[in-house]
Ligand binder design. Sequence first.
Ligand code: SF4
Length: 387
Amino acid sequence: MLDSRPIIERIYLDKHVQNSALAKLILKKLSHVPITMVSDKDRFFKQTESITISAGKRTLWLTEFKGPFLKPCPATGQDYLCCQYWTINAQTHCPLDCTYCILQHYLNMPLITIYTNIENITKEMNILVKNYPKRLFRFGTGELTDSLALDPLTRLNEKLIRYALQKKIILEIKTKTDLIEHLPKIPKSNVLISWSLNPEEFIKTEEFKSASFERRIASALTVIQKGYRLGFHFDPLLILPGWKKKYKWLIQELTQQIPEGDVMWISLGSLRFPPSLKKIIDKRFPKSKITTAPWVKGLDGKIRYFRPERTALYRYLYAEIRKKWKKVFIYFCMENPTVWQEVMGFSPQSNQDLDYLFHKSIYQRFADLKLPVPNLKNYKKMITLLH
Ligand code: SF4
C-alpha cells in the first residue's frame, strides 16, 4: 500500500505550454482536476500571493523555465565544506510537508511548479560532461522538491535515468516517499535512489505526508532488485528527546536489512535554517519541538545546534554506522573542517578535495563503472573554472 501519493486539487496552466508533451501527460493523468488557463502571468502571480503554503502544496502550476535547469549546489558560505553537487531544478515546491523545509521560506511562489520544457536538461548536461570529461559529475533532482513525489505524474526521472546510463556521471534521485513502482528496471550502474532517514517518531511529528521509515527501507530493497544503487541521508539530524536510542535502532535496522555493497554514500547533516523560517514553523506547526533547542547563528547566517552538540551527535551516528559498515563513503553536508576533524579524524582541504574524494571512493568501490582514474590536480583545475 503506497502512503505518500500527493493530492492535487487544482491546476493552473500557462497557455504557452498547453501543447507541450509533459503538460498533456499531466493533464491526462489528472483529468479529474479542475484547470485554469493562465494568459496574463503578472496578474496570476499577484493572485498567488494570497495562496497559503498548505494550499500551494495541493496546486500545480505548469509553465516553462527560461533559465538554466542545472545549478551547482548553492552551498552555504565559504566556512562550510560543500561537495560540489549539481542540482537539476525541473520542479519547485513539494507536496510533502516537512516542518523544517527551507522551501517554505525560500521560494516566493507558493504553488508546486513543474517546468514543461525539460528537453533542455540533457542538453545542458551534455555541455558540462563534454567540457570536463575527467570529472565525475554528480547530479540530483531533489534540491527544490522531493525527487519522486510527483514523478508518477511527470516521469521526469525515467528520461534522466536513460540519459545517465549512457554517460560517465552519477545520477541521484532523492526522496522521502515510497513512490518507486513506476521506476524502470535498469542494469546496475551509475543511478542511485537515496532516502533521507529519521526515526519513525520524528517522521510522524516532523515529516508529514512522507513514507514511514519501514516503507522507505522496503522501497530501498525493491529498487536494489530493479538495478539501482542507494544513498542515505541522515539529514536533518534532529536533537529531540530520546534521539540516541532512536538513531541507534534506526542504524541497526538499516545495516541489518540493506547490503553495504549497494550503498554509494551516506551523508550526515544536522538541522539548520535561516532565522526567518522559525516564525513560519511556529505558525504552521505549533506542535513541532524543533525550534525550541538552543541555537547558534553560523557564519552563513543560518541557525544550527551549537558545535559541541553537533559533534556529539555526529560522533555517535558515525561510530554506530562504522560498527557495521566499514567501507561506505560518509560525508558531512555543510559542515566546517573542525567538525570533520573532530568526528572523522581528518578534513578535506577544500571543496575540490571533497569532490575528488567522492570520485575516488566510487572509483574504488564500484569498479564496474570503469570511471576515469581520479586525479586531485585535475579536480582543482576543473572546479576552479566551474564553481
Ligand atoms: S521532502 Fe524535502 S522538499 Fe519536500 S517538504 Fe520535505 S524537506 Fe521540503
